[in-house]
Ligand binder design. Structure first.
Ligand SMILES: [Fe+2]
Length: 360
């Protein structure tokens, strides 16, 4: 049994300003890494800048992280960070800025212009200290060492081999209150996928599974917000954010599984948002789990059957089309990956994978 989660987590209202002294203990000049707009709109960028200013610290902002950030963006941001002589990195946003912040912290510390370093597993995972401020409720990246980047040379998204855990995660549900409903839905389904894929992993143990089930229970209390049966309030946002963090704690131990592996191709080929792409496969994947595993996940998440979960997924996402050639490429990529095919307690074979992919 093993458990490793070296991130100090504060999960409370106003946690960025409450812990400003601790934020600035990580360095003298911060590189703030965000997307173009959402960190500003939700107030998180303003809070981080206020915290730094109140403590008399300098900062530089790199706000050009795109969805599913590319290696090229990482190189551009790290060269900017080096020119600004930053000595720690604060990622603000969803999975894209948080994953990018880790890779950027790695490249700045390496002081290297060689993008191949990002995927060179022989290098030590040294990086500048990273602080993560999530503003969506799906990634869990604030408590994992994972950084997934888009690799155009391979037409897909791939995790870098270096595990770079943030030092500090600052979690405040208020950053969700200005988010569009579609973003809440997409990222919440991503969190649900993290918890269930982790629960079903061969690497799962009582520690990772208790995180997964605790997150699923919190998630179940808010899922009627996803179907718009009621409006979300501050408590709901806090629970969604907390569920996402528990999902991150779970996958930090086990990794993800088949639905995630398949989803990367849908996102690359058709620009389908990550959570929605994972959700395309999730219900059918869980449907192949054995009875006890399926019951544990569905009970915790408040579903009576795998069919009810599938109905819920089609309700929140509506009908949408995935091209057959994209599904075929997803199938071909994952069926050729023995680690992926055998990583889960859901026994997998080519025929079952074909059903999960929806290639009939
Ligand atoms: Fe994910």
């Amino acid at each position: 049994m093993k458990y490793y989660m070296p991130v100090r987590v504060y999960d409370e209202p106003e946690c960025v300003l409450n812990h400003k002294e601790e934020i600035v203990s990580y360095g003298h000049k911060a590189l703030i890494v965000t997307g173009r707009r959402s960190a500003q709109k939700c107030g998180a960028l303003g809070d981080v800048v206020s915290a730094l200013k109140q403590c008399g610290r300098e900062y530089a902002v790199y706000n050009k992280i795109e969805e599913n950030p590319s290696m090229e963006t990482i190189m551009d941001a790290s060269s900017f960070g080096r020119s600004e002589q930053v000595d720690f990195v604060i990622g603000i946003g969803g999975g894209s800025p948080l994953d990018a912040a880790k890779a950027i912290a790695f490249m700045i510390r390496r002081n290297s212009d060689n993008p191949d370093d990002l995927y060179d597993a022989s290098l030590a995972a040294d990086a500048l200290d990273v602080i993560a401020v999530p503003t969506t409720c799906g990634t869990g990246s604030e408590v994992t060492g994972v950084s997934v980047l888009t690799v155009h040379a391979k037409n897909t998204k791939i995790s870098i081999p270096h595990k770079i855990f943030p030092k500090l995660a600052l979690i405040d549900g208020k950053y969700l209150s200005s988010a569009p409903h579609s973003m809440i839905v997409n990222t919440s389904i991503d969190a649900f996928a993290h918890m269930s894929e982790s629960y079903l992993s061969k690497k799962a143990d009582v520690y990772s599974q208790s995180a997964a089930l605790t997150g699923l229970k919190l998630w179940s209390e808010v899922k009627d917000v996803l179907t718009q049966e009621r409006e979300a309030d501050g408590q709901d946002y806090a629970k969604l954010m907390r569920a996402s963090t528990f999902g991150g704690i779970a996958i930090a131990q086990t990794g993800t599984s088949i639905p995630h592996a398949l989803s990367y191709i849908l996102t690359y080929d058709q620009k389908i948002p990550h959570g929605k792409a994972v959700g395309y496969f999730l219900g059918r994947f869980i449907g192949f789990a054995d009875e006890a595993d399926q019951k544990a996940i569905l009970d915790a998440a408040g579903f009576e059957s795998a069919d009810e979960l599938n109905t819920f997924l089609s309700r929140v996402f509506g009908e949408y089309e995935v091209k057959r050639e994209t599904l075929q490429r997803a199938y071909d990529t994952v069926s050729a990956n023995a680690v992926r095919m055998q990583g889960s307690r859901v026994e997998m074979d080519p025929e079952k994978l074909r059903v999960i992919v929806n290639l009939h």
